[in-house]
Design a protein around this ligand. Sequence first.
Ligand SMILES: [Zn+2]
Ligand SMILES: [Zn+2]
Ligand SMILES: [Zn+2]
Length: 144
Amino acid sequence: MAKEVSSSSSPSMEEELEIYGSESGWVEARTHCDHLPSLSPDLSHIPTPDSHCSRCDHPAENWLCLSCKDVLCSRFINKHMLKHYQESRHCIALSYSDLSVWCFSCDSYLDAQMILQLRPVYEIAHLLKFGVRPPLVTVENLLN
Ligand SMILES: [Zn+2]
Ligand SMILES: [Zn+2]
Ligand SMILES: [Zn+2]
């Protein structure tokens, strides 16, 4: 008798689609965003990348709200960052899993290396996560 291979543990088609979205391939990060004025004026002190979600205590791969510096879980967990955006309109968040920056209002990634307002917090997050600054020209060099 052929033993039935357990396939019930793999995600259903619908779940896969919800997780990965449309197959649009590489998404270009924006180098401009109208919502940068909503950034916190003090992004030099941010929670560490291992901070738990402030609502459900999820321990990893959370997002940092760049308006109020709250740490919230991703849309793959309990969607607390998304809910925070819907409640507060804080739209720009930094991923502690890959340090990408997402703007909910633009519905797009932002290029944290090209957008000067985002570079300092990107560098600090990189420093906190990897122990080194990212391999790019520093803000100081750009200003000189
Ligand atoms: Zn935006
Ligand atoms: Zn959460
Ligand atoms: Zn916020």
